[in-house]
Design a protein around this ligand. Structure first.
Ligand code: HPA
Length: 237
């Protein structure tokens, strides 16, 4: 086992879906995977391995924010040999052309985190998605008829920002959405030469708070996103 994950070696697949909420991981395992077995309960950060259309796939919660996803994704990559990681989460729209329930594929992630800056203070080191996963996810999402945006997101350290207008400025430059994990995941993937992608459904619109959704609508979009994530994970097998 690693410090935060209690699985034995071999219990975790080399491809994994990463929702922030561990109960979402449970939902995915129960509704999409066959023969799923729970491999982690430490801190209630549930993780499961099962099969999807005959392929061995895992799913595990990461918690919220870059420090949290960094811990779990690093242990999955370094201690358990995971090679393909797809984050499936929610994000707030900041580009005026992006709306609640749309899908955003994070081609790249800007960030106000110091995680990367601490290592490379002299560069603005861009955090980018794995192109192969991005390409597959885009075509799969389109096939499902989903409204899909591809572009920059902003990975922020602060959900309750005192300066939300700064994020909105980035929205005017075409940054699609604000979330809290993609940059850390992409940086880890770059360092360890594995593949990563962030897929987000828009849960709120910072430009228009009247764009609200019912719990049922959110569940439907969430379910569609799961399918895109799972189909992308197994696309090249
Ligand atoms: N900000 C940051 N992360 C988010 C948001 C937001 O508005 N919505 C969903 N995740």
């Amino acid at each position: 086992m690693s410090i935060h994950i209690s699985a034995e070696k071999g219990q975790i697949a080399d491809k994994i879906l990463l929702p922030g909420d561990p109960l979402r991981a449970k939902f995915i395992a129960e509704n999409f995977l066959e023969d799923s077995v729970c491999f982690n309960e430490i801190r209630n950060m549930f993780g499961y391995t099962g099969t999807y259309k005959g392929h061995k796939v895992s799913v595990m919660g990461t918690g919220m924010g870059m420090p949290s996803i960094h811990i779990y994704a690093r242990e999955l990559i370094v201690d358990y040999g995971v090679k393909k990681l797809i984050r499936v989460g929610t994000a707030g729209a900041i580009d005026p052309d992006v709306h609640v329930r749309d899908l955003v594929l994070a081609q790249a992630a800007a960030t106000n985190s110091n995680m990367i800056r601490n290592d490379f203070p002299e560069f603005d080191f861009p955090q980018i998605a794995d192109f192969e996963l991005l390409d597959k996810a885009y075509h799969i999402a389109k096939k499902y008829g989903m409204t899909t945006h591809v572009g920059n997101v902003l990975s922020t350290d602060v959900f309750y920002s005192n300066k939300p207008e700064r994020a909105m400025e980035l929205g005017k430059l075409g940054v699609k959405a604000i979330e809290m994990e993609a940059a850390a995941l992409y940086y880890l993937a770059t360092q360890h030469k594995v593949q990563a992608l962030g897929i987000m459904t828009i849960s709120d619109n910072l430009n228009d708070s009247s764009e609200d959704t019912s719990a049922e609508e959110r569940q439907t979009t969430f379910t569609d996103m799961m399918k895109v994530g799972l189909e992308t994970l197994i696309a090249n097998d």
